[in-house]
Write a protein that binds this ligand. Structure first.
Ligand code: GLY
Length: 431
C-alpha cells in the first residue's frame, strides 16, 4: 500500500494495558515518528509523550491538542469516548481518527440496539426481550426459565451483566439495574436473555465498513479469583489463540456472524470503521454472539497485538480508506499468555501508590512484554495507580510454553499487595 504520510504523529486515547499494547504496535511502524497518549500511563510514557492532564472524555481538549500538535492520526482505545462520539468530533475538526463514530459505536453502547440488530438480520444469539420499566421486567421473569441473564442497556464499566440462578436473584437484579440505578442511566432500559452454555471466545476484527478481517482468537478471564470465582473484573488475564476455536468454527463464524454483522450495519446505513470485538459463546447449537464491543478488548489486545506481523498503521489506514480487502492480515504462528498483576482487593477496595520494582528486567527480552494499566511516575519512581497494575505477556511456540513463560516473567516485577490469578490459561489443558 502506498504510504501517504511519513514521519507521522499518532495520538492514542486511553490509559490501560490495551492502549499500551496499541502504542507498542504503533511504535514498531517505521512510518511513525512521534506518539502522544491522552492520558496514558508510566509504561506508555516510555514509548511516547503522555498528557496526563487531559482525560479521555474531554473531547474539546483532545481535539484542540490534536490540532495544535499536528496529529496525523488519532486512535481511540476505550468504549466511553467512542460511544460518546469522540471520533465524530475529531472528524468534524478535520482530523483523521480510527474507531467507530457514535452511531456505529452503538453496537457496544446499547445492548438493546445490538440484540435487535442480530434478531433482524438472523445473527445467532440468545433469545431476549427488551424492557423500559421494572414492572414489565418483573412480570416477564415469573414465567422465564432459569438461569437467566440481565443486562443493563448502556455502558457499565463491563459490570452491567448479571447471571441469575434463582427467581429472587433475578428480581433483585431488576431492582439493582432499573430501580436502584446501580449502573446509572445505563439501566434506563434492560435486556433479559436466556442463559447460554458453552466456552467463551473473543474475536477482535478490523472493519472498514464493508470488509471485515478477524484477528486470531483469544480468551479472557473475567472473574477475580482462581477457578472463575469472585467478582467480575476488567479481565485478569488472557491467552491467544483459543484451542477451542477450531478452523471449522472460525469458518462458521465468518459466514454466519462476522460478515452478516457488517452487512447488517451497512443495511442500517451505518459505516463501521474500527474494531469489532465479537464476544462469542461456543454452544452445542453452534457459535452465538454474547455481546459486541466496538474496540480492542482488554486484556485480549495484550495477547493478540504482540503476535501481529502487519504494520498496524497500514491496516488502520486501509480501514479508514475502505481498502481493507487489499490487506492480508498476518500473525505469528505461536501463542501468547497475559497474566494481570492487580492490587490485592481489586475490584472492590485496594491501595495505590506502591513502588514497582523489576520493570527493567523486560528490557531487550524478545517475546516478553510488561504492559502498564494502573501506573504512574512519581519521585519514588514508577508506582501503582489502579486496581489492575500491569499485564505481563509472554509468547511461546505453543500455549503451554507461553503460559510457563508468562508465569516466570511475573516474578521479575514486584510491588506491595501484588495479586494475580494462578490459573490463567488452565483451560488449555482441557483442549
Ligand atoms: N475483555 C473484555 C473487554 O475488553 O470488554
Amino acid at each position: 500500500m502506498e504510504s501517504r504520510t511519513e514521519e507521522m504523529t499518532v495520538l492514542i486515547v486511553g490509559s490501560g494495558g490495551r492502549e499500551h499494547a496499541i502504542a507498542a504496535s504503533v511504535k514498531k511502524s517505521p512510518r511513525v515518528s512521534k506518539i502522544y497518549c491522552i492520558p496514558g500511563n508510566a509504561g506508555i510514557a516510555e514509548l511516547g509523550e503522555i498528557v496526563p492532564d487531559i482525560k479521555a472524555m474531554e473531547f474539546d481538549r483532545i481535539t484542540e491538542f490534536a490540532k495544535s500538535h499536528e496529529v496525523d492520526l488519532v486512535i481511540v482505545g476505550p468504549d466511553d469516548p467512542l460511544v460518546g462520539g469522540l471520533v465524530d468530533e475529531l472528524e468534524a475538526a478535520g482530523l483523521k481518527a480510527f474507531g467507530p463514530r457514535r452511531n456505529a459505536a452503538m453496537l457496544e453502547g446499547s445492548k438493546a440496539f445490538s440484540k435487535d440488530l442480530m434478531k433482524k438480520y438472523h445473527i445467532p444469539t440468545a433469545e431476549y426481550e427488551v424492557f423500559t420499566d421494572a414492572a414489565s421486567a418483573l412480570k416477564y421473569l415469573e414465567s422465564a426459565s432459569l438461569p437467566i441473564v440481565l443486562k443493563a442497556d448502556g455502558l457499565a464499566l463491563g459490570k452491567g451483566v448479571l447471571i441469575c440462578n434463582t427467581l429472587d436473584e433475578a428480581r433483585n437484579g431488576v431492582k439493582t439495574i432499573m430501580l436502584d440505578k446501580k449502573f446509572g442511566t445505563a439501566g434506563n432500559r434492560m435486556v433479559i436473555e436466556s442463559f447460554l452454555k458453552g466456552r467463551e471466545v473473543s474475536v477482535l476484527s478490523f472493519c472498514d465498513g464493508k470488509t471485515i478481517k478477524p484477528m486470531p482468537s483469544a480468551q479472557d478471564h473475567k472473574r477475580a479469583g482462581d477457578g472463575d470465582t469472585g467478582l467480575n473484573t476488567g479481565g485478569m488475564g488472557a491467552f491467544s489463540p483459543s484451542p477451542f476455536y477450531t478452523k471449522k468454527i472460525a469458518d462458521e463464524c465468518k459466514k454466519l456472524i462476522f460478515q452478516p454483522t457488517v452487512d447488517a450495519l451497512r443495511a442500517e446505513g451505518i459505516d463501521f470503521k474500527g474494531i469489532i470485538f465479537f464476544g462469542l459463546i461456543l454452544t452445542e447449537d453452534g457459535p452465538k454472539v454474547l455481546e459486541y464491543n466496538a474496540r480492542f478488548g482488554d486484556p485480549e489486545a495484550q495477547v493478540v497485538l504482540p503476535r501481529m506481523k502487519n504494520d498496524i498503521i497500514e491496516v488502520i489506514e486501509a480501514c479508514l480508506d475502505g481498502k481493507l480487502h487489499k490487506v492480508k492480515l498476518e500473525f505469528e504462528d505461536n501463542a501468547a499468555v497475559c497474566v494481570v498483576l492487580a492490587s490485592e482487593g481489586y475490584p472492590v477496595k485496594y491501595s495505590k501508590g506502591y513502588p514497582i520494582t523489576g520493570l527493567e528486567a523486560f528490557n531487550g527480552r524478545d517475546g516478553y512484554y510488561c504492559f502498564h494499566a494502573g501506573t504512574k511516575k512519581s519521585p519514588k519512581g514508577i508506582i501503582t495507580d489502579g486496581g489492575r497494575v500491569l499485564g505481563v505477556t509472554a509468547k511461546g511456540p505453543d500455549l503451554r510454553q507461553a503460559r510457563a513463560n508468562a508465569y516466570e516473567a511475573i516474578q521479575w516485577v514486584d510491588f506491595q499487595n501484588k495479586y494475580y490469578r494462578k490459573d490463567i490459561g488452565k483451560a488449555i489443558d482441557e483442549a
